[in-house]
Design a protein around this ligand. Structure first.
Ligand code: ADP
Length: 702
């Protein structure tokens, strides 16, 4: 019962509480936790069981709460809130039992450390509600007890997992390929869903520092590294914020200047550079003042040395509860070191075991045949000259392994795409899952993309046509058969949108077919070249944005650019140009991706989001995301492109020709049905981030 006495300068709130039959029956102390105006100015009012007549009654409690009227928004309006709490004497035994049980529940991760410390405090205060809850469930199993106790501090939202990505790339500051996009967008998606997500990167000199906010020198660590066990490398760890994510940068100060090379990869000592990075990341995490992370998520061979180092060395340095998830973005890159290098990395004590795990498969075979014995006291000479495979080590040591699409996860178990590691992957198949990469829908949004000259949506698509006109103007390609002039750019000429009368291609002119890709064998170079020629011969226009790491390929494509460009219907741009890639995805009608293998592939997903119809080879993630409009068994609304299976030139040309014919003969269907349909499909991170979260959770339960 609450009674309010109106007075100046305070309101007096009299509280009367009867405990009989209620949760605080039997309490030896009772408080009213009170506040007003939506829990402002709260106070704990100790209630007394001695009445105004001086008689004590253990079931009736009194007290008063004073609210100065000056604290109220309106002096004649008081609204109070209250809850009662009580403690009881003589329950020491239960309190001790509860404290011990709490330790066990936190140790077995059924309660978080935060829940554990709040409940410990409640037990310490002899909180009656907590003790009664515990008394009623203490004989049940740990799960039931933790569930009931967690209810006592349900206001304390259990934090999500703490995941630290260790990676060599992150978009947009250090990007070579799709790995960079995945690290950034997966971490962002998880951050939004409540995980504490952090990234550790090398501090390359060629990072785009303009995109790193609040960059500061955070701490220094001495990283054990070198031929003798006492040598260390002074390493500065920087912190910064990239796209809202916390990022730590590893900067070693050593003669080798590991990350001051003006480029990310392609150095003769790459294996040493990135093994150092892996070791330094662990050293930093082990020395941090926080709790150890729940998970390390390592990416590709560059972070693979984390596997043996974590499980063989750092487990004993405070990271014993940290689980390891490996994502393989591309089996083609594995990373190799010599057996002798294990000593350099600080694994000398466990070298024979580690070498056995990481021995390159072909040498494994050789050693087995020669029945080499392993010296259990350290690395025998047998291994110092052997080649060890970093990715193989990470596969063996990881608690969970993912690769970037379900089809690729199956393909890598076979000899063709397993790239020599199929046997080790088969042995660890129980840990392996394929999770499709998602697309960062904030970065890749045709309705807001700052790189585009016009915006559009699945419903209002006229902006796509304006993007096409603008790109043709930019690259000097005719638009609807008309080479545009500066006047067109101002919207005064024919080339800015109006179709040419009598064009056999109908409105919107000829199809513009794009390739945006690294120019490497993996991406199907021979199919690209024959496809481009066939497309131009069929009357289409083509645009290529490609970067060729191999100078021979670069020269070949420069020749192709001259040959096809001279006809006026093809433009081949040989450089990396992020903004131009956005304009090409928006402007084009089709995107050709004829990869020999493709772990996931991002360009077909970007194309779909931008209403550009993909023409792809059925492999890896391309097979998981593109369904042929004619022969896919998928329901009609899921069909979104043109696919082919073979690796021969006619197979690719046939699919291209089908797409060009569909564009020419079914323009209404193409423009008003196919384009909006593919734009509405969901390739965001939503589902895939959830799958990764399930994998993280299952790893933490190991
Ligand atoms: P991979 O990682 O094997 O190169 P993905 O399709 O997974 O292939 O990712 C490639 C990423 O790089 C995409 O975001 C694509 O747009 C981009 N890209 C490829 N080549 C270029 C280029 N020359 N200029 C700009 N972006 C490019």
């Amino acid at each position: 019962m609450v009674q309010v006495c109106i007075g100046q300068p305070t309101y007096t709130v009299r509280v009367l509480y009867r405990s009989r039959g209620g949760p605080l029956e039997g309490a030896t102390n009772v408080w009213a936790h009170m506040g007003h105006s939506g829990w402002r100015d709260t106070a704990d009012v100790a209630l007394s069981n001695v009445g105004p007549d001086g008689v004590s009654n253990p079931e009736v409690w009194h007290g008063t709460y004073e609210v100065p009227t000056g604290q109220l928004a309106a002096p004649n309006h008081l609204e109070t809130q209250l809850v009662f709490k009580g403690t009881v004497g003589g329950h020491e035994r239960w309190i001790s039992s509860l404290l011990l049980r709490l330790e066990a529940l936190v140790a077995s991760r059924l309660l978080t450390p935060e829940q554990g410390s709040v409940l410990r405090m409640l037990a310490w205060q002899h909180d009656l509600g907590t003790i009664k809850t515990y008394q009623s469930v203490r004989h049940m199993d740990d799960k039931a007890v933790s569930g009931a106790l967690a209810g006592r501090c349900s206001w304390l939202r259990p934090p999500g997992l703490n995941v630290v990505h260790v990676a060599s790339e992150m978009a947009p500051i250090a990007k070579v390929g799709g790995l960079a996009d995945v690290v950034a967008s997966l971490a962002k998606a998880h951050q939004a869903s409540g995980l504490l997500t952090e990234v550790i990167l090398p501090k390359y000199d060629c990072i785009q520092y303009g995109e790193v906010h609040e960059l500061r020198h955070m701490c220094e660590v001495e990283v054990p590294w070198g031929p003798d066990a006492n040598r260390t490398v002074r390493t500065v760890v920087w912190s910064g914020c990239v796209d809202g994510l916390p990022v730590y940068f590893i900067e070693p100060h050593c003669n080798e200047k590991y990350f001051w090379r003006g480029k990310f990869y392609g150095e003769s000592d790459d294996a040493a550079r990135f093994s150092f990075f892996s070791r330094a990341a662990l050293e930093f995490l082990a020395r941090r003042q926080h709790e150890a992370p729940d998970l390390l998520h390592i990416h590709d061979w560059q972070a693979a040395a984390v596997g043996p180092l974590l499980k063989e060395t750092y487990k004993a340095s405070g990271l014993s509860r940290t689980r390891l998830v490996l994502t393989i973005h591309n089996m083609a890159f594995q990373g190799h070191i010599s057996g002798a290098f294990l000593q350099h990395m600080g694994l000398a004590g466990r070298a024979s075991q580690v070498a056995e795990v990481m021995l390159h498969e072909s040498q494994h075979h050789h050693h087995n045949q020669a029945s080499v014995t392993i010296n259990p006291n350290g690395m025998g000479n047998n291994f110092s000259n052997a080649t060890l495979n970093l990715l193989k080590g990470a596969i063996s040591y990881a608690d969970r392994i993912t690769t970037v699409s379900p089809t690729y996860a199956r393909e890598v178990l076979g000899p063709q795409l397993g790239m020599g590691l199929q046997a080790v992957l088969q042995r660890h198949q129980g840990k392996l899952a394929g999770v499709l990469n998602g697309l960062d829908y904030e970065t890749w949004n045709p309705n807001t993309d700052p790189c585009l000259p016009a915006h559009y949506t699945a419903e209002e698509r006229s902006g796509k046509r304006a993007c096409k006109a603008a790109l043709c103007r930019e690259l000097g390609l005719p638009f609807d058969g008309v080479l545009q002039t500066a006047a067109d750019a101002n919207g005064n000429g024919n080339g800015n949108g109006a179709p040419v009368e009598g064009s056999p291609w109908g409105p919107n002119g000829r199809p513009l077919i794009a390739i945006v890709s690294r120019l490497t064998e993996q991406k199907g170079l021979h199919l690209m070249i024959s496809g481009l020629r066939a497309a131009v011969a069929a009357g289409a226009q083509v645009v290529v944005l490609g970067s060729a790491p191999d100078p021979k390929v670069q020269r070949e494509w420069e020749g192709l650019a001259r040959e096809l460009g001279s006809g006026g219907d093809a433009r081949i741009v040989l450089r990396h140009d992020e903004a131009l890639s956005h304009r090409i995805f928006a402007a084009s009608d089709m995107l050709l991706v004829p990869s020999m293998f493709e772990p996931c592939g991002l360009t077909q997903l970007i194309a779909l989001r931008y209403g550009t119809v993909p023409i792809v080879r059925e492999t890896g993630g391309l097979a998981d995301t593109v369904r042929d409009v004619a022969h896919s068994p998928a329901p009609e609304h899921e069909r979104n492109g043109f696919t082919f299976a073979g690796t021969d030139e006619p197979a690719a040309q046939k699919a291209l020709q089908r797409a060009i014919d569909a564009y020419r003969n079914g323009r209404d269907w193409w423009e008003s049905e196919l384009v909006p349909r593919i734009m509405r499909q969901d390739w965001s991170w939503t589902q895939s981030a959830q799958k990764y979260q399930e994998i993280y959770t299952s790893a933490t339960r190991l």
